[in-house]
Design a protein around this ligand. Sequence first.
Ligand code: ZN
Length: 78
Amino acid sequence: MVYSHTKKAGRCGRFGARIGKRTKEDVNAIEDASKQMHECPKCGKKKVVRLEAGIWKCGGCKVKFAGGAYTSQVIKKI
Ligand SMILES: [Zn+2]
């Protein structure tokens, strides 16, 4: 069996020993949220992808809009 260097760290294995466990968990959660498809505010389809920080584009209706840095909607902190 091939030994996996990223079995525990997941996609954060690319950082190696440079960052700690807690930071890796945070980065994993943020990247999982930002890389999944989000719901479009115009057409309602779940086809919105992140182009860069704060810029989102819908694959269905091709609308491009500004949103949150890691999620398509700005989450208000109370
Ligand atoms: Zn759309």
